[in-house]
Write a protein that binds this ligand. Structure first.
Ligand SMILES: Cc1ncc(COP(=O)(O)O)c(C=O)c1O
Length: 484
């Protein structure tokens, strides 16, 4: 198949051929840049390959064909929310008034952009129940860092320097403990109860006057809504800690429940998952962080303020803990966020959550007879099932099932996460999947469960139709061979 033929590096495509080159050499004399910029002007051309247009187009099209993406088919990667996002938002973000402005332009020349940020802040406050936002963080994990730095600044400002511990449930996303450690906190893990929620007795034991706060995502990574959420946040507050809401799963509760009302003090949103902008491939993303008014003085600056009928960037925030990124953050991603929120409106966002939960629940109901679902508790936008029955019966594991799914044309779900469930397969179909796509995915999983009984070796050798079948995944990540 053409898509699997050898793809060289773009550097290997350099040729002296002028085929397909339509941009003619400049016949207007160049200014003497050296005179203008002196020693700052580079003396040698940059080492970028000189490749004709058709080769560049084919090169990147071939590369993209080797990739599986949400525009090819269902991508049920739990926790990572690979949903289809409207193309019109890309067009809007590309409008010259947004894309061709520079962050150093005077405020009066970018009034529209500032107004957009001002309005977006109000909207995100409404969605989350917070009082203020910073747009600087570039992704969810970066938002976590920002949120914990806020919490740290708050305690330090009050002279409360004994708080060195961050409480994190054992079902948490891996970025939570990693972020807490980066900020210098010691992580204290809290075990889940048999119904997949935070165990209140365990939480009680973990609390003390050394606790700076708690990080929690709700619904959690098992897709389960913490029914005791208000109790949890008030227990942490009573111990003098603050509560951080990891908003990566907010798509499950949009306009139904707000972290601010649950008792959280600050929150990040993965707007590149929940509010348009394709997620993955390293960005660009955005992870705005919102907080209640008691944390607002510590937020990064500048802040967009409205002065009469003008919008200005205000740097007056003397207690800020500093910046986490240059200027105001990933502006084009924020344009898409704004467009997505305006287009959906309150009712549309409400339906996004309903659709996410309905699709996930439908898939769970179709699969629960063939794969073990470890918790009876109802789940929301995602759910977890395991390989326990297949393993016992024929030695087929989660990895084999995931690999076999590739032969059916689907991206595998998240596997072996969350760590609290052995052999976990975590599925999040998202609200943008049609019932036809969900049925095809469910049919593939059911067929694989049957194959596991009848011909386990078929699964052990999968995938059968890809250029590489089972790479050493650690080496493939650490020593990638990028051409071939
Ligand atoms: C629950 C949860 N928290 C945090 C993150 C980190 O977000 P990001 O990938 O944008 O850094 C993710 C990402 O998948 C997540 O699912």
């Amino acid at each position: 198949m053409a898509m699997y033929k050898h793809t060289p590096l773009i550097f290997e495509l350099e040729s002296k051929s002028k085929a397909g080159q339509y941009i003619r050499p400049n016949d207007v004399p160049s200014p003497n840049f050296y005179e203008w910029f002196g020693k700052d002007y580079r003396s040698e051309a940059p080492a970028i390959p000189d490749v004709d247009e058709i080769s560049v187009v084919r090169h990147y099209t071939n590369l993209s064909n080797k990739n599986y993406h949400v525009e090819i088919g269902t991508y049920p990667l739990g926790s990572c929310t690979m949903k289809y996002n409207p193309k019109v938002n890309e067009d809007l973000a590309g409008l010259p008034g947004f894309a061709a402005t520079h962050p150093l332009q005077p405020d009066e020349t970018v009034q529209g952009n500032l107004e957009l940020l001002y309005n977006l802040e109000q909207q995100l406050n409404d969605v989350t129940g917070m009082d203020a936002f910073t747009f600087q963080p570039a992704a969810g994990a970066h938002g976590e860092l920002t949120g914990l730095l806020l919490i740290k600044a708050y305690h330090e400002d009050r002279g409360d320097d004994k708080r060195t511990v961050m409480i994190i449930p054992d079902a948490a996303h891996g970025t939570n403990p990693a972020t807490a450690a980066m900020v210098g906190y010691t992580v204290r893990e809290v075990k889940s109860s048999p119904d997949g929620m935070v165990d209140l007795a365990e939480l009680e034991k973990a609390l003390g006057d050394d606790v700076a706060g708690l990080m929690l995502t709700n619904p959690n990574t098992l897709g389960i809504y913490e029914k005791n959420i208000e109790k949890i946040t008030s227990m942490v507050h009573d111990a003098g800690g603050l509560c951080y809401y990891d908003g990566a799963n907010i798509n499950a509760v949009l306009m139904h429940a707000r972290p601010g009302d649950m008792g959280f003090d600050c929150v990040h949103l993965n707007v590149h998952k929940s509010f348009s902008t394709p997620h993955g491939g390293g960005g660009p993303g955005a992870g705005p962080v919102g907080c209640k008014s008691h944390l607002e003085p510590y937020l990064p600056r500048p802040v967009v303020r409205k002065e009469e009928d003008k919008f200005v960037l205000d740097y007056d925030r003397p207690k800020t803990f500093g910046k986490v990124r240059s200027f105001i953050g990933s502006f084009s991603v924020l344009v898409k966020t704004y467009a997505y929120i305006l287009r959906n409106g309150e009712k549309g966002l409400y339906e996004v959550a309903e659709g996410a939960v309905a699709n996930s629940t439908y898939l769970r109901e179709r699969l629960k007879g063939a794969y073990r679902v470890p918790f009876d508790t109802p789940t929301m936008h995602e759910f977890v099932m395991t390989d326990e029955w297949q393993e016992k019966e024929s030695g087929v594991t989660t990895l084999d099932i995931a690999k076999r799914l590739i032969d059916f044309g689907f991206h595998p779900p998240t596997i072996y996460f969350p760590l609290v469930v052995s052999g976990a397969m975590m599925l999040e179909p998202t609200e943008t999947e049609t019932w036809r796509d969900l049925d095809q995915l469910a049919d593939a999983f059911l067929k694989i469960a049957k194959e596991a009984k009848e011909d386990p070796q078929l699964l052990k050798d999968a995938p059968h139709d890809t250029p590489i079948s089972r790479p050493d995944e650690t080496r493939a990540a650490r020593e990638p061979i990028l051409a071939g």
